[in-house]
Design a protein around this ligand. Structure first.
Ligand SMILES: Cc1cc2nc3c(=O)[nH]c(=O)nc-3n(C[C@H](O)[C@H](O)[C@H](O)COP(=O)(O)O)c2cc1C
Length: 78
């Protein structure tokens, strides 16, 4: 993101393509903030979350990073 932090978005549409060269594809809506960021900086990390953080995962999939710092959803509650 412009401030150096990382945006988070939930993605269910992904597919393994190839071992060599190593390729994985995913689909992200053109209107998403994540798509805009990735088109700009060409960097993305895909992770597979565990069920322990399901609420945060669903939250990241129903809010946009345009107006929410979603990283806070993954910080442990105090
Ligand atoms: C379970 C789940 C799966 C999702 N899978 C996708 C997906 O495969 N592709 C996509 O474009 N959006 C998907 N979404 C919606 C995005 O995560 C959602 O539009 C999000 O708000 C985008 O955030 P952003 O605007 O910060 O990029 C999914 C949402 C949920 C809850």
């Amino acid at each position: 993101m412009p401030d150096g932090s990382t945006n988070l978005a939930t993605v269910s549409w992904w597919i393994y393509l190839s071992y060599h060269p190593n390729m994985t594809a995913y689909a992200m809506a053109k209107t998403s903030y994540s798509g805009e960021l990735v088109r700009g900086n060409k960097k993305v990390v895909l992770t597979i979350p565990g069920t322990a953080i399901v609420e945060a995962v669903m939250g990241c999939g129903s809010t946009t990073g345009r107006d929410t710092g979603k990283g806070a959803q993954l910080r442990p509650a105090k």
